[in-house]
Each structure stands twice: as C-alpha cells, then as structure tokens.
Design a protein around this ligand. Structure first.
Ligand code: MEV
Length: 326
C-alpha cells in the first residue's frame, strides 16, 4: 500500500490572463491531498473520494457507481482514473487499482484541489508499480487529468502542486522558481460558493471576443503587475505587493469573475488593515487572499470570518508532490 500527497496552491497574480499566455505567480500552501493506492488482482480501477462521498469503479470503458449520484460521481472520478492511466502508460505497466482520496483542500474553491488530487494519484500509482517517476512525468499526467476537468487549463495548478514552492509560470514554456525574501502572511477566506473553473474561463473568452482591443490592453497591464510583483516578492516589499494585488483584483473585477460574496470578504479584509486583497483562482465564488503585515494577520483573519468566510492563515510550502510511505 502506497500513500502520496500533494499541496494546495494560491495564485498570487495572473489567474485567467495566464490561460491567454501571460505570466502568473503561484505559491504552494500547507494543505494537502492524500492518495492511497493498492494494486488489485483484477483489471478494475476502483476509486473512493472520502470528502466528496462518492465511489465507483471503471472496468473496460464502463463505470459502476457505488456511492453517490452516478453521473456526478463519474464526472468527478474520471480525471482520477485518467491520471492513474497516464502514469501506467508512462511506466509501461497496467494493473487494477484501489485508489482512496482524502483531502484537506476545499474542492471547487480556487485552491487547486483537482490538480493536487491528480498529482498525488499519479505519484502513488507510480510508486505502487515500483517505477521511479520524474516530477515532469507526474506533472504531465496531472495536466492530462486537468484537461478533463477544466478543458483548457493553463497548467499552472498542476505545475505548482507537483513542484511546490513559488513559481513564475508561463503557458507552454519553462517556469521559473521564485525565492521569497519575506514570510508572506496570507489569509485565505472561502465564500463557500462552489463554481466551475471551466465556466469562468469561458466567460472570459466571451468577453475577449466582444472586446479584443480592450482585452489586449488589460493583458498588457496584468503583465506589468506580475513583473513588478516578482521583483517585490524577491525584495520582500509587502506594501508594494499589497498594492499590486489590489490592481490585479481590479482587472479580475473588470473581467466579470468577481461577485458580491468575494467583494464582501475583500472589503472586510481591507477594512481590517490588509495591505491588499484579491480573488484567487477562477473566481465566481471560491476564495479570496489577503496580505497582512505579520502584526495584523489575526485581525484580518477575524474580520473575514465575521464577514462569513471560512478562513485560515496559509503558509508557503516547498514540498510539492511526495510519496509519504510505500
Ligand atoms: C485556475 O486555478 C486558474 C485559471 O487561470 C485557470 C488556469 O490557469 O488553468 C482560472
């Protein structure tokens, strides 16, 4: 029996625009998904998701549900099967599997839970097959699974959950590791509203089509924000970072991916003295992040909780996907 885990993430700068080719800054945080894998004696891929309370098995192209609504369960479990199959292809071995998922990361909230699940499963299956996989191979399997969930992901979620730390990410090119000078006191608050990343991405595509020149100008502004933010991060300048987060959020608001619940949490964080706040991930619900200086992190946390957010203080982790035990 093998257990592997992978971390959640927060996009500090550049969500949505990253899908269109702009850079994004993303950090892995200390909440993880765990995947337990055992080899079976038959060919079935049997998957249980503890948190989502669904279970079922795949056998020769057909799906049998055990727990949950059949259609919804298949939709959620298919990417897990995909990550496992991609890794088995990479290893050149094919086995039946029992896969069990347990997650500390809220789902559909902008924290990268689907990519983390896929990376953890890929690593656990590789280890169960006694194959020494590179992180690059795990990243590729995770990205294939993400394509089923979001259809056109940039790959930023799969990259950060696999490699950990902080990355300056660009579509279709090598990403750079960022070293952060300062502790980043980040408060994360979840509106509790679940939404589909794919729907939010499509909404932005539609806006781009209606206003191509304006969208291009917004991209240019975003690029400047990300590049300045990368410098501010390396210098540990929290005040500048906070300002840049506010500017980035203004662009996301303009794209139409914020909503009342997100704005409420952002305003509460700012009123309590946050240096900056923005939605993180696809928007339309999900989470905000607020940057505090070390002294008022607790105050900001309390303010967003009082405003209705399910909130916690996040810490950066350098540990990407890893095998816990085999
Ligand atoms: C999802 O965490 C962030 C988006 O930019 C989508 C993506 O990059 O795949 C909205």
């Amino acid at each position: 029996m093998v257990v592997a885990s992978a971390p959640a993430k927060v996009i500090l700068f550049g969500e949505h625009f990253v899908v269109h080719g702009e850079p994004a800054i993303v950090v892995a945080i200390d909440k993880r998904v765990y995947a337990k894998v055992e080899l079976r004696t038959d060919d079935k891929i049997h998957v249980i998701s503890k948190n989502l309370n669904i279970a079922g098995s795949f056998n020769d192209g057909s799906f049998t549900v055990e727990v949950g609504d059949p259609q919804a369960a298949r939709l959620k479990l298919e990417p897990i099967k995909c990550a496992a199959e991609k890794i088995m292809e990479a290893c050149g071995k094919r086995k039946g599997l029992d896969i069990e998922i347990y997650s500390e990361i809220p789902a559909s909230a902008g924290l990268g839970s689907s990519a983390a699940v896929a990376s953890a499963v890929a690593a656990a299956v590789g280890a169960a097959l006694k194959s020494h996989l590179s992180k690059e191979e795990i990243f590729k399997a995770s990205l294939e699974a993400e394509k089923i969930v979001h259809e056109m992901p940039s790959g930023v979620d799969s990259a950060i959950t696999t490699f950990g730390g902080a990355l300056l990410f660009r579509l279709n090119s090598k990403f750079e590791r960022l070293t952060l000078e300062a502790e980043l006191p980040l408060i994360i608050a979840d509106t509790g509203i679940k939404r589909s990343t794919k729907d939010q991405i499509l909404k932005v595509y539609a806006l781009k089509e209606r206003h191509p020149r304006i969208f291009q100008l917004m991209r240019n502004v975003l690029r400047e924000i990300v590049l300045e933010a990368a410098e501010a991060l390396q210098e540990g300048d929290l005040n500048i970072l906070g300002e840049l987060m506010n500017l980035n959020h203004a662009l996301l608001y303009g794209l139409g991916v914020s909503n009342d619940s997100l704005e409420q949490l952002i305003n509460a964080a700012k009123k309590a003295g946050a240096l900056g706040a923005k939605l993180t991930g696809a928007g339309g619900g999900g989470c905000i992040i607020a940057l505090a200086d070390g002294l008022n992190a607790e105050k900001v946390l309390k303010a967003v909780q009082e405003a209705g957010g399910n909130a916690f203080i996040a810490h950066k982790t350098n540990d990407g996907v890893r095998v816990e035990h085999e």
